[in-house]
Design a protein around this ligand. Structure first.
Ligand SMILES: Nc1nc2c(c(=O)[nH]1)N[C@H]1C(S)=C(S)[C@@H](COP(=O)(O)O)O[C@H]1N2
Ligand SMILES: [Mo]
Length: 315
C-alpha cells in the first residue's frame, strides 16, 4: 500500500541515515577486523567514545522500514524516548545481566535464516517466513513500556497485531493459552549467564493474546529492530511489565494448559505470571508506585495497566 513518507519527530535524533547495503558492508568490515566482542579491551585502550559507535548498532545503523501510522495508537501520551536511550540499556538476559553490555555483546547477532513456527492447538500449523508475517500488514504504533525495574520509555514500534497471526493459524476450541519461545542461545552459540532456564519463554491467555494492543514488532523508530531490541521479531505488550514482551521469538504454540514464563519460573514471588502493571502491588524489593523515564531525570506515577484501558479483559 503506497503512502506518503512523513518526517517523524524522532528522525532528528541521532540522524545519520544509512541504507541496507551500507549496513551490511559495515558489518563485513567490522567482522573482518574481528571487533565483535572486544568492547572491554577497547575501553582499556581509552578510545571508548570513538569505538563505541562501531561496537553497537543503534537504530540509524539498521535498514529503514516504513509503515503507516496506526489511526488508534499513534500517540503514546508522552514524549518519545530518544532512540539512543531505547537501544542502549536493553534487558536481554541471553546476552548477560548487565544492560549496558548487552548492545555490544548482541551486536553481531543475526538469526538468519529465521522462521517462526506456529503449532500446537491450531487448524493450520505452519512455519512462517518473516516476509509472510509482514505481509499480514505492518503499522507504526507508539506505546509506553514499563519495566518491572521501575523504568519506562515511549517507543514508536512497527509491527502487526498478534491477533492477525492467530487468526491465520485458526486456534482450535481447546486452545486456551499462547506460549512464546525465544531463540535457543545454546544452538546459536550465545553463552548465557549460568543457572537460567533458557530458551526464554513467555505466555499469555488466548484472550490476552488476541487483544488488539498485543503487537508483534519487527521495527522501531522507522528502522528494523536492532539485535539488542529483539530482532527480527518480538512481542510488545504495553499493559504488562516488560519481561512479558519476549524478544527474538522463534516459536508460538497454542496450548490447553498454562505454559511457563521465564521470570515467573525463576522467582515466582517477585515476578507474577500475569504481570499486569500495577502501582499498588510493590515488588518485594522496591515500590512500583513510580517510574523513571529513560533519557530524563523525570519520575512519574505508574498507572494500572500502564494507563491502557483493558476493558473487561480482567473483569
Ligand atoms: N528473550 C528475552 N526477551 C526479553 C528479555 C530477555 O531477557 N530475553 N527481557 C525482557 C525485559 S525485562 C524487558 S524490560 C524488555 C526490554 O525490551 P527493550 O529492548 O524494548 O528494552 O524485554 C523483555 N524481553
Ligand atoms: Mo524488564
Amino acid at each position: 500500500m503506497p503512502f506518503a513518507r512523513r518526517k517523524r519527530s524522532w528522525e532528528s535524533v541521532g540522524g545519520r541515515p544509512t541504507d541496507e547495503s551500507a549496513f551490511v558492508e559495515r558489518r563485513r568490515f567490522l567482522a573482518a577486523l574481528g571487533l565483535g566482542g572486544l568492547a572491554a579491551s577497547v575501553t582499556a585502550l581509552g578510545s571508548r567514545r570513538w569505538l563505541e559507535a562501531r561496537l553497537v548498532h543503534d537504530v540509524e545503523d539498521m535498514p529503514a522500514l516504513d509503515a503507516p501510522r496506526s489511526a488508534r495508537w499513534s500517540d503514546g501520551g508522552r514524549a518519545l524516548t530518544p532512540a539512543r536511550e531505547a537501544t542502549r540499556f536493553p534487558n536481554f538476559f541471553e546476552f548477560g545481566a548487565d544492560k549496558r553490555a548487552v548492545p555490544s555483546r548482541a551486536r553481531d547477532f543475526v538469526l538468519d535464516p529465521w522462521s517462526l513456527v506456529v503449532d500446537g492447538l491450531v487448524e493450520r500449523p505452519e512455519r512462517w517466513s518473516l516476509e509472510r508475517v509482514e505481509a499480514l500488514g505492518l503499522e507504526e504504533r507508539v506505546y509506553r513500556h514499563r519495566c518491572v525495574e521501575a523504568w519506562a520509555m515511549t517507543v514508536p514500534w512497527i509491527g502487526l497485531p498478534l491477533a492477525a497471526l492467530l487468526a491465520a493459524a485458526a486456534p482450535l476450541p481447546s486452545a486456551r493459552y499462547v506460549a512464546l519461545e525465544s531463540f535457543d542461545p545454546e544452538a546459536a552459540g550465545v553463552s548465557t549467564p549460568g543457572g537460567y532456564p533458557f530458551p526464554y519463554r513467555e505466555a499469555l491467555r488466548l484472550d490476552e493474546a488476541a487483544h488488539p494492543l498485543a503487537l508483534l514488532a519487527v521495527g522501531l523508530y522507522g528502522r528494523r529492530l536492532t539485535p539488542q531490541n529483539g530482532a527480527p521479531l518480538r512481542l510488545v505488550l504495553p499493559w504488562k511489565y516488560g519481561y512479558k514482551s519476549a524478544k527474538s521469538i522463534v516459536r508460538l504454540t497454542l496450548t490447553e494448559h498454562e505454559p511457563s514464563s521465564f521470570w515467573h519460573d525463576v522467582s515466582p514471588a517477585e515476578y507474577g505470571w500475569l504481570a499486569n502493571v500495577d502501582p499498588a502491588v510493590p515488588h518485594p524489593r522496591w515500590s512500583q508506585s513510580h517510574e523513571r523515564l529513560l533519557g530524563s531525570d523525570e519520575r512519574v506515577p505508574t498507572r494500572p495497566f500502564n494507563g491502557y484501558d483493558m476493558g473487561s479483559l480482567y473483569a
